[in-house]
Design a protein around this ligand. Sequence first.
Ligand SMILES: [Zn+2]
Length: 87
Amino acid sequence: MKCDACGQDNVDNARRCVRCGSPLNPRGTSGSTQQSGPAMKKIALIAVILMIIAAVGFYLINSGQQGEPLNGGGDVTMESEAPASTE
Ligand SMILES: [Zn+2]
């Protein structure tokens, strides 16, 4: 492939220009998608951080609101309301 900086013809799998040392785009497109790697890493990192924040926030909210233990009060049977079907 051809170097965008100096025009040196390098081999296709070369990651850097042998003449000027500038990084070559392995996709061959002389365009703007040369930051796909770091961008994907950044997006993945942000997603992981958001998941961690959501998990921690969910845990904090649950631990803050549930002062009483689950199924500990014995109010599992909530059938005290009789259906007023007979009229
Ligand atoms: Zn070059």
